[in-house]
Design a protein around this ligand. Structure first.
Ligand SMILES: [Fe+2]
Length: 360
């Protein structure tokens, strides 16, 4: 047996497996198990060099069929996606992943690595960027099925329904960086590139690399007793804010807009790009809203930052806009209100919209 295909010691793997939130302590791959995996990978993994997608598929398919090598290692966690390295070398890394309902990776590429994954148990669904870049294709993998992809592949992998799923993933060269994408009407737009030391979009829903995952690890112990006695819930905060607002449904808002009121769109640019925008609306990010509209602020927009300004705040569905409008009223814009139902209600009412333009 060649130990060159197993560059990680059992202790290293154990430590690695315990570094990310959501990885349950005490789990790892013993040296014996690593050697058993290495025997299966024997002729499949050269010590160096780049493996072709078909070679990677042989690895994931071969290991998926060997339940005895991984079934007892899998940890099922409904809150945090779980993974474990089965093999790491200079040419290729291989991971064992578990999936529960609702978990997915988010859209990502593999930083120039080729890859393959095989459904070992349960079902996965892969959406991926098709030929030409605009079309989104979709395929379902049942247990025993595997796919492979080249270095330009961009995809979003999700639990495919039914019971728990398990999968085997291989990448060559080993994953070093991944770029995450946002799906818009204009195609996939690169959002962020991150260095990684883990498989398959640890930032997606349930991803072990997310702050949410870190928080969920301690959330189980949190009770309402931990909160200040007078702290309202978000539902109470919203109800309180709505108590002071004469909110406007879309048709009523249109009438007021034609009479001199101003529609202020506070949605993030990704949301505007995906949903569209209202012609004539003023775009002000939620994070700067009060500074732009407080008449006393040096960063104000003079034409709008007036106590008598008739501001109608719009978000996507009419929740964040309520809190924003209430905040504007507190700083003195006594006529500020918000669009009931947000952009989505506006569009559903058949009122004018247009595709959004990038703002930067
Ligand atoms: Fe991936």
């Amino acid at each position: 047996m060649s130990t060159a295909t197993s560059a990680t010691t059992g202790a290293d793997v154990q430590q690695q497996a315990q570094t990310g939130p959501g990885l349950q302590p005490g789990w790892g791959v013993t040296p014996e198990r690593q050697r058993a995996v290495a025997r299966v990978l024997g002729g499949l993994v050269p010590p160096t060099g780049r493996l072709a997608p078909a070679q990677l598929r042989a690895i994931t398919s071969g290991l998926a069929a060997r339940r005895d090598l991984w079934a007892d290692l899998v940890v099922r966690d409904p809150d945090v996606r779980w993974y474990l390295p089965l093999h790491r070398s200079n040419s290729c890394d291989v991971w064992l992943l578990a999936w529960e309902r609702g978990q997915d990776t988010d859209w990502h590429d593999h930083g120039g690595s080729s890859g393959s994954f095989a459904a070992a148990e349960g079902c996965l669904v892969e959406q991926y960027r098709g030929a030409g870049g605009r079309r989104i294709a979709r395929r379902r993998l049942l247990a025993g099925e595997a796919v492979a992809f080249g270095p330009a592949h961009v995809h979003d992998v999700a639990h495919g329904g039914g019971g728990s799923a398990t999968s085997i993933h291989a990448y060559s060269p080993p994953l070093m960086a991944m770029t995450y994408y946002t799906a818009t009407d204009y195609g996939l737009i690169a959002r962020e590139t991150v260095a990684v030391d883990g498989p398959e979009g640890a930032r997606g829903r349930g991803g072990a690399g997310t702050a949410l995952a870190a928080a969920s690890a301690s959330a189980a112990g949190l009770t309402s007793d931990s909160l200040p006695a007078d702290a309202p819930s978000i539902d109470e905060l919203l109800a309180e804010a709505r108590g002071g607002l004469a909110r406007l449904r879309p048709e009523a808002a249109l009438a007021v807009l034609t009479d001199g009121a101003v529609l202020v769109d506070i949605r993030p640019s990704e949301q505007r790009m995906a949903e569209g925008e209202v012609p004539g609306a003023i775009i002000i990010g939620r994070n700067v809203l009060e500074w732009r509209l407080d008449p006393r602020s040096e960063a104000r927009i003079p034409a709008l930052a007036r106590p008598d300004a008739r501001i109608i705040v719009m978000c996507s569905e009419g929740y964040a806009s309520t809190l924003a409008a209430a905040s504007l009223r507190r700083i003195g814009l006594r006529d500020a209100t918000d669009l009931d139902g947000g952009f989505q209600a506006w569009a559903a009412a058949g009122l004018p919209t247009r595709p959004a333009r990038p703002s930067g």
